[in-house]
Design a protein around this ligand. Structure first.
Ligand SMILES: CC(C)(COP(=O)(O)OP(=O)(O)OC[C@H]1O[C@@H](n2cnc3c(N)ncnc32)[C@H](O)[C@@H]1OP(=O)(O)O)[C@@H](O)C(=O)NCCC(=O)NCCS
Length: 172
């Protein structure tokens, strides 16, 4: 349940690209301690093509009462790029979630959950049957968050990046 009713979530359009990418890059620096990377951030650097013009993809943001972005969540068709997952997913019916960040000051107020709820609604409308994502066990609370949203572990890769792959099958 949303614990702050003055937060609203919407799918982003062209006028939101600058504040959304600024927020996401700030969060990437804070969460992963890195700057902009042309490989990892290819989506943010090609925001309009990927998240606005491509059917089946969208970028959601949560806004506070001052119209500032306080959370983001990207939805896009899963492209099958991860070797260890080959054969698990029907690429025509699988979405991937990424760029899930909530401003530190706004955490544990249901904003992440609200973004996921909206993403699931979008995915159902787009005809996806399953949602895939990966996260890292070293991120405080990230696995617990996805677990609380009904995502189940598909594969624990371990290793230095502590990557875990998770999935959720959508009910019709
Ligand atoms: C993970 C993240 C998106 C969660 O956002 P949020 O808005 O705080 O999440 P919610 O308030 O909707 O939390 C829903 C539930 O998830 C679980 N949860 C969330 N954060 C948690 C934490 N730090 N520790 C344990 N459980 C947590 C709880 O069950 C929580 O319900 P509760 O508050 O009633 O106990 C946020 O902490 C974040 O941006 N973290 C840094 C970036 C990151 O790790 N992103 C995920 C990368 S894949």
């Amino acid at each position: 349940m949303l614990k702050n009713t003055r937060i609203f979530v919407k799918r982003l359009g062209n006028s939101d690209i600058q504040p959304a990418t600024e927020f996401a890059f700030k969060m990437i620096k804070e969460v992963y301690g890195r700057g902009i990377d042309p490989v990892w951030d290819h989506d943010l650097l090609n925001f309009e093509d990927l998240y606005i013009k491509t059917r089946g993809n969208t970028f959601l943001a949560a806004f506070n009462e001052n119209g500032e972005i306080v959370g983001t969540l990207a939805v896009r068709r899963y492209d099958g790029r991860i070797k260890s997952l080959e054969g698990f997913y029907d690429l025509k019916a699988t979405a991937e979630l990424a760029k899930c960040y909530v401003d530190r000051k706004y955490r544990r107020r249901g904003i992440g959950s609200l973004l996921v709820k909206e993403a699931e609604q979008f995915c159902r409308g787009a005809g996806y049957k399953v949602i895939y994502l990966h996260t890292h066990m070293y991120l405080p609370g990230a696995y617990e968050f996805w677990h609380s949203q009904g995502f189940k572990l598909r594969l624990d890769e371990g290793g230095p990046r502590q990557t875990v792959h998770m999935e959720k099958f959508l009910s019709p």
